[in-house]
Design a protein around this ligand. Structure first.
Ligand SMILES: *[C@@H]1O[C@H](CO)[C@@H](O)[C@H](O)[C@H]1NC(C)=O
Ligand SMILES: *[C@@H]1O[C@H](CO)[C@@H](O)[C@H](O)[C@H]1NC(C)=O
Ligand SMILES: *[C@@H]1O[C@H](CO)[C@@H](O)[C@H](O)[C@H]1NC(C)=O
Length: 872
């Protein structure tokens, strides 16, 4: 065994890991593939090790050792459990190293991470690895590894990682490679790594933008534990490093020409911090900063490794991974698409001619290798409207989980009553599949009263992957079937068959977008300077610049015939809400949505809705948008009169009347108030927000309640006569004056501030003093992050009303309820999450009932949970 081990270890440098696949796509189609980073796919042969299990156990180890928010090493790690897990992992890692070339080819991330782990074990103090003696083969393995220096071994692994994918991709995988390095490197005795004097590692004597390296090091180390895209502590990071990053990046030349060579490790740590900061404040810069850190690490791998512990580089990278919004849990291939003709024009003509399209569908239904593609095409081929009407629109939605699956019957019944030509329901779990199939069988007979063979509803199992992927993984395939596709979120009530309204907007659009010549401020795009000045009050020409929407994808004159996409904006903001959109089946939309799927996959840090907006060049720019993509011609749907949502609309017609709304999306923002119209005679109290705008309480309902009143059994009984009464009443109640002002969309912490301020205002609380609340005290050696009880706050008069300790004590009472089994585990974790995000409703309840006995407290808190979070 040791002999073969040797071969494994020696060989692995020269193994190629990218497999070239033969291409059978026409030249016009960019055959993007989705990398299976997590090795989730089914392996043809017996894999080297059980990769998903290895990934999971590595995750368990990280969870055991690191605090789940700060990612600092916990004080009280259970030693026995820790060592047992290490031994278990070492056994698997040994198998990987033993067959390294093969393993690397099969699962590159898994193989490299196993190698990193084994290397750390080799250099770890033996007593920390295991209390009991190791078996001989493992001793040999570790001895063998120690023949090379730690720096050599790790720099090789790191180089492979840097070759595999961008830094932010590696950080977001569930292999936790960076977290492992962060955990183990400080435990390995320094002489193995740092042959260089400490001053050199700390870059004493160097500086950038007026910050000395020592100061920068202190700032980065002090604030990294707080970096977060999810909870309020992230603001500490944002506030703490904003000045440093802005000053340095205002003119990055000094940084790149002088600082990077002088202090590569500091520069890498800075790059990682800047990338996280960008995610919180200006996502359009994220990939640029992350790639900058990547470039530095690639050029100075060894130096970065040597200073990594001092600078906390891997801590930062592990934290960056926590900003990811999705996992890499999509298994998809462009091979799922229907066969594509050699010429793009030939593809476009498929949808213009029902006979041609039918042939296309039949061919794929018969012999496409992918079963879901066969299922969908054979469904489409038997839909009468698809056979006869080239302009037919096929509707797609996705559903899964409770309580939603309980409303599948309602949704399907509604679709049949209004007469959707075809509906494909992607079911995200087995329960949803079963409920969907059952509903189709019973409802179709009920509603249509006929026994014709035609099916207009298809239930498709889509049980793998995040809902965002499911949504976008279906579109390319449907478009490749040459049918126009309408995505409709499941939380939407259809009042009237929308196809006619969609078609009329498409064929006589108010404006065809995007405007190519724009004005840009930060990551936001405006129509012109008047528009910018009116909307944002930024009227100083030094703050914005002109911007042309461009693409490196060639465009032909025929690409500009008409609207290819219909989308909706938010009610009171400019960015797009992609709960409903129409895509015409052209070669350009097919390419667009394929590239889009690839991008939301490789950049799980971006919100899919914002990325969609940026892909279309609607209201934002984002560095995650590829330069090569078709710029689609799109138009906005009328959200005021036709495609309404719970946030507001202006349609006064009786719901169900032909002049009334077409669809009603249950979506409403988390804000509890809306802007008050100047001439509104509202009796409701008004509040004045930070920016001076008056707001009034808005009509709200929980999503669950809306599902019941629109899709529940009582509602269904009323479908034949029109819109259920309670639903119609709600639709009329949420009518609101048109907002005077449509803001830009913020997913940043600044948005968080406003949201929390609004909450405080309603409770007659004073504003949070963010300056004080986000203060991080200086200290030499950062350890555990401070609890939210910011010390500056209890002295400041503005924080007197909710001392932050209140949040902590509310968390403790919730914890007690869980110990006493007064609440279910799920309820407890929901309550805690809501407290952590400063949900005042939960806090007030916890305070008010804390002295009334645990039973009562539990009951009241459960009541709070029935309402949506006041802040997410
Ligand atoms: C500027 O943009 C606004 C908003 O789109 C538009 O109404 C206005 O006509 C534009 N002005 C000019 C001079 O183009
Ligand atoms: C945008 O395009 C216009 C007209 O094609 C051109 O005059 C202008 O210089 C361009 N602006 C930028 C920033 O490229
Ligand atoms: C407000 O009340 C006045 C007088 O009662 C009325 O004339 C006006 O139309 C009302 N405005 C709105 C927006 O309801």
């Amino acid at each position: 065994m040791p002999g073969r081990l040797l071969i494994g270890v020696v060989l692995w440098v020269i193994v190629p890991f990218k497999r070239a696949e033969p291409s059978d796509y026409p030249p016009w189609f960019p055959a993007v593939e989705i990398e299976d980073y997590e090795c989730r796919r089914a392996f043809k042969d017996q894999p080297v090790v059980n990769w998903p299990l290895l990934r999971q156990r590595l995750g368990d180890l990280v969870k055991l050792v690191l605090d789940d928010r700060s990612l600092l090493v916990k004080q009280d790690v259970a030693a026995l459990q820790h060592q047992t897990l290490q031994l278990e992992l070492l056994e698997v890692a040994a198998v990987v190293l033993w067959q390294f070339p093969h393993a690397l080819n099969e699962c590159p991330y898994g193989a490299v991470t196993a190698s990193v782990f084994a290397t750390c074990m080799a250099y770890l103090d033996r007593s920390e690895l295991s209390a009991s003696p190791l078996q001989a083969p493992y001793v040999t393995l570790l001895e063998h590894l120690r023949r090379e220096s730690l720096a050599e071994l790790l720099s090789r692994d790191l180089s492979v990682l840097l070759d595999l994918a961008p830094l932010h991709v590696t950080a977001a995988t569930e292999w936790h490679t960076f977290a492992l390095l962060h955990m183990y490197l400080p435990k390995i005795r320094p002489h193995h790594m740092q042959e260089v004097p400490n001053d050199r590692v700390m870059c004493v004597g160097t500086s950038v933008a007026g910050y000395t390296s020592e100061r920068m090091l202190d700032m980065i180390r002090r604030h990294t534990p707080y970096a977060s895209g999810r909870d309020i502590e992230g603001l500490k990071f944002l506030r703490g490093l904003d000045g440093l990053v802005s000053a340095t990046m205002k003119d990055p030349r000094e940084f790149s020409t002088t600082y990077v060579p002088a202090c590569p490790c500091g520069a890498a740590a800075f790059g990682v911090s800047a990338a996280m900061l960008a995610l919180m404040s200006n996502p359009s810069l994220f990939e640029r900063f992350s790639n900058m850190a990547h470039g530095i690490m690639r050029a100075y791998t060894l130096e970065v490794l040597k200073g990594a512990t001092v600078w906390g580089v891997f801590h930062g990278l592990a934290k960056m991974g926590m900003f990811a919004l999705r996992s890499y849990d999509l298994v998809w291939s462009s091979r799922e698409l229907c066969e594509l003709p050699a010429e793009p024009s030939a593809f476009d003509s498929l949808r213009m001619d029902a006979d041609l399209r039918l042939k296309h569908l039949s061919a794929n239904a018969e012999r496409h290798p992918h079963s879901v593609t066969r299922l969908v095409t054979s469904f489409l081929e038997q839909v009468k409207a698809v056979r006869e009407d080239p302009e037919v629109m096929v509707y797609v939605t996705a559903v899964g989980g409770l309580p939603f699956a309980n409303y599948i019957t309602g949704f399907i019944r509604r679709a049949l009553v209004v007469g959707l030509p075809a509906l494909i329901m992607a079911c995200m779990d087995q329960d949803a599949v079963a409920k969907c199939k059952q509903a189709v069988a019973s409802v179709q007979r009920d509603v249509r009263g006929d026994l014709s063979e035609e099916k207009t509803i298809l239930c498709v199992p889509a049980v793998e992957g995040h809902v965002i992927y499911i949504k976008h993984a279906f579109l390319p395939m449907l478009l490749s079937a040459a049918v126009d596709t309408v995505w409709i979120d499941f939380d939407t009530f259809i009042l009237q068959e929308p196809s006619a309204a969609l078609r009329s907007t498409r064929d006589s659009p108010g404006r065809v977008l995007p405007l190519r010549s724009r004005v840009r401020f930060g990551s936001f795009l405006f129509d012109n300077t008047t528009d910018l000045c009116a909307l944002s009050k930024i009227c100083d020409p030094r703050q914005y610049w002109t911007y042309n929407v461009t693409s490196t994808t060639a465009e032909t004159a025929t690409d500009h015939k008409g609207v290819e996409l219909l989308v909706t904006e938010h009610w009171d903001a400019r960015c797009l809400n992609n709960g409903l959109f129409y895509a015409r089946a052209t070669y350009r939309t097919l390419i667009f949505f394929t590239l889009f799927l690839k991008q939301i996959y490789v950049n799980p840090y971006t919100d899919n809705q914002n990325l969609f907006d940026a892909f279309l060049a609607h209201s934002t720019v984002d560095s995650a948008v590829p330069d090569a993509r078709p710029i689609l011609n799109y138009a906005l749907l009328d959200i005021e009169n036709s495609f309404g949502c719970a946030e507001g609309h202006v349609n006064t017609a009786v719901p169900g009347h032909p002049d009334g709304l077409t669809t009603f999306h249950f979506w409403a923002s988390d804000f509890r108030t809306r802007e008050a119209a100047g001439d509104e005679n509202s009796t409701a109290a008004r509040i004045v927000a930070r920016n001076g705008v008056e707001r009034v309480a808005k009509i709200r309902a929980g999503k669950d309640d809306l599902f019941e009143i629109f899709f529940g059994p009582a509602a269904q009984a009323a479908y034949e006569d029109g819109v259920p009464a309670a639903g119609a009443a709600f639709i009329q109640q949420v009518r609101a004056p048109k907002p005077n002002w449509k803001g830009m969309c913020a997913v940043t912490a600044v948005g968080v501030e406003e949201l929390v301020d609004e909450r405080m205002l309603q409770g007659e609380q004073t504003l949070i003093d963010w300056q004080a609340a986000t203060h991080v005290t200086a200290r030499a050696e950062p350890q555990e992050p401070e609890p939210v009880t910011a010390s500056g706050c209890d002295r400041g008069p503005r924080c007197m009303d909710i001392p932050l300790e209140e949040w902590t004590s509310a968390l403790q009472s919730v914890g007690e309820l869980s110990l006493g089994k007064f609440l279910e585990e799920g309820e407890v974790s929901q309550l805690k999450a809501r407290l952590r995000s400063l949900d005042v409703g939960v806090l007030l309840t916890a305070r008010a009932f804390s002295s009334r006995g645990l039973q009562t407290l539990a009951k009241e808190l459960r009541e709070v949970l029935r309402h949506p979070p006041t802040f997410t």
